[in-house]
Ligand binder design. Structure first.
Ligand SMILES: Cc1cc2nc3c(=O)[nH]c(=O)nc-3n(C[C@H](O)[C@H](O)[C@H](O)COP(=O)(O)OP(=O)(O)OC[C@H]3O[C@@H](n4cnc5c(N)ncnc54)[C@H](O)[C@@H]3O)c2cc1C
Length: 372
C-alpha cells in the first residue's frame, strides 16, 4: 500500500466515525443552544475524540497521541469541520500547550500534563495578552517573584479565551526588572483553580462571553512548572504562537468560510451584478486550501514550512470578513440572523492569534527580509 492509499483509508474510516459520532443536537439545534450547553457539548466532544482514537493525531504515542503526521491531523480537521463537528474546548491545550511542551518541556511536565489534555479531562487557556502587551507582547508586565520552591505571580491578563473553564494556563510573565527585553520573560504552567486567581468575564459584541480578564495576586507556580530556563520565555512563546497560526487552524476556518460562501452563493447572491465578486471570493478561498496542502509537503523543513503557512491567517480571516460583509450588504432575508452573528463574530478574526498587521510585519521581516 502506498502512503496515499493509507491516507485514504484513514480518511474513509474517520468520515464513517464522524457520521455516527457528531452529536445530533449539535447538528440540528446549534443555533438554539445556550452558551453552557455549547460548552458541555464541546467538553464531551474532546472525550469522544479521545475514545475514538482521534485526539492528538500528530502527537507522538509516547505522550498519549496517535503518532501520525500533521497531514492526517489537517485532513481529520477538514473532515470534522465538513461533518459539522463541534470544536473541542480543549483546543488551546492541544494546539498550543502540547507542541510547546514537546519542544521545550521537561519529561516530567510532558508526562504530567499531556495525557489529561489528550483525554479531554483538562482544559487549558493562554494567558499571554495584557492591557499593555498585545501586539507588543514582549512588554508583558505580570511579574513572577522568586519564592521558596517556586514563584508568586502578580498582574493582569486580558482576552484569555476559555479562562472560566480552564484548569491550567500557559503563562508568560516577567522574571527580571533588569535583564534586557526578550530575555526578561519566563514561561510557566499555571494552576487556574487556586485562590490567587480572580476572573472577570468579558462580553463580546456578538453577545457571547468566551473570554475573561485574569487577575493574579501572588498566585503560586512551582519551579517544576517553569518551562525552560528563567529568561527563555520569549523564545518558548514563539513556538506557541507559530503553532497557533499554522495549518490545522487554517483548514478548519477554510471549511467554515466555505460553508458561509456556499450559503451566500446558493441563497443570497441572486444578482448577476455581484457574480464576479462572488467568483473571486470562491477562487481565493480555494487558494487557502491549496496553500495548506502544499505547505504539508514541507513539514520536515521548519523554515520553508513557516514561510508557506505564515500568510494563511491573513488569507482566511480577510476573506471571511469580506464574505460576511457582502452577505450583510445584500440583506438576505432568509439568513438575516445568521449573517448578523457571523458579521459580528468575524470582526475578531483579524485580531486574535496576533493581529493581521503584526502578521504582515512578521512576513516582511522574517520571510521577505525587508528593511525596517
Ligand atoms: C476573540 C479573541 C480571543 C483572544 N484570545 C486570547 C487568548 O486566549 N489569550 C491571549 O493571551 N490573548 C488573546 N487574545 C488577544 C489577542 O492576541 C490581542 O488582541 C492581539 O494580539 C492584539 O493586541 P491588542 O488587542 O492589545 O491590540 P494592540 O496591540 O493595542 O493593537 C491595536 C491596533 O494597532 C495595530 N498595531 C499595533 N502595533 C503595530 C505595529 N507595530 N505595526 C502595525 N500595526 C500595529 C494592531 O494591529 C491593532 O490593529 C484574543 C483576542 C481576541 C479578539
Amino acid at each position: 500500500m502506498t502512503p496515499l492509499d493509507n491516507q485514504q483509508l484513514f480518511l474513509d474510516s474517520a468520515r464513517e466515525w464522524l457520521k455516527t459520532s457528531v452529536p445530533e443536537r449539535w447538528r440540528q439545534e446549534r443555533g438554539a443552544l445556550s452558551e453552557d450547553e455549547i460548552v458541555e457539548i464541546r467538553h464531551e466532544w474532546d472525550r469522544q475524540l479521545f475514545a475514538g482514537g482521534y485526539s492528538g493525531l500528530a502527537i507522538p504515542t509516547m505522550y498519549g497521541g496517535q503518532g501520525m503526521g500533521l497531514r492526517e491531523e489537517v485532513l481529520f480537521h477538514e473532515a470534522a469541520a465538513q461533518a459539522h463537528a463541534p470544536e473541542g474546548i480543549g483546543r488551546i491545550g492541544k494546539i498550543l500547550t502540547v507542541p510547546t511542551l514537546v519542544a521545550h518541556g521537561s519529561e516530567e511536565q510532558r508526562a504530567k500534563y499531556i495525557p489529561g489534555i489528550m483525554a479531554g479531562t483538562e482544559v487549558w487557556c493562554q494567558a499571554f495578552s495584557e492591557p499593555g502587551a498585545g501586539s507588543d507582547l514582549a512588554n508583558v508586565a505580570a511579574f513572577a517573584r522568586k519564592t521558596e520552591g517556586g514563584y508568586l505571580v502578580t498582574g493582569q491578563k486580558i482576552w484569555t479565551s476559555f479562562a472560566q473553564y480552564a484548569e491550567r494556563a500557559i503563562l508568560l510573565a516577567r522574571t527580571s526588572h533588569t535583564d534586557p527585553r526578550y530575555r526578561n520573560l519566563s514561561f510557566f504552567l499555571l494552576d487556574m483553580k487556586q485562590p490567587g486567581i480572580t476572573l472577570r468575564t468579558i462580553r463580546q459584541i456578538s453577545d457571547t462571553s468566551h473570554f475573561s480578564e485574569v487577575f493574579m495576586d501572588s498566585a503560586f507556580v512551582a519551579d517544576s512548572d517553569r518551562v525552560g530556563e528563567e529568561g527563555e520565555g520569549w523564545n518558548i512563546a514563539m513556538t506557541t504562537l507559530t503553532s497557533e497560526r499554522g495549518g490545522v487552524e487554517a483548514i478548519t476556518r477554510y471549511v467554515e468560510v466555505r460553508g458561509d460562501l456556499d450559503t451566500l452563493m446558493r441563497c443570497c447572491a441572486t444578482s448577476s451584478d455581484i457574480d464576479t465578486e462572488v467568483k473571486q471570493l470562491d477562487t481565493r478561498l480555494e487558494l487557502v486550501r491549496w496553500q495548506v496542502m502544499k505547505a504539508l509537503d514541507y513539514v520536515e523543513e521548519d523554515l520553508e514550512f513557516f514561510r508557506r503557512t505564515c500568510m494563511l491567517k491573513i488569507m482566511w480571516s480577510e476573506l471571511w470578513q469580506e464574505v460576511t460583509q457582502l452577505a450583510v450588504s445584500l440583506n438576505c432575508r432568509a439568513h438575516q440572523e445568521h449573517w448578523r452573528n457571523q458579521y459580528l463574530e468575524t470582526r475578531a478574526v483579524s485580531i486574535y492569534s496576533g493581529s493581521n498587521e503584526i502578521q504582515r510585519n512578521i512576513i516582511g521581516d522574517r520571510v521577505l527580509g525587508l528593511p525596517r
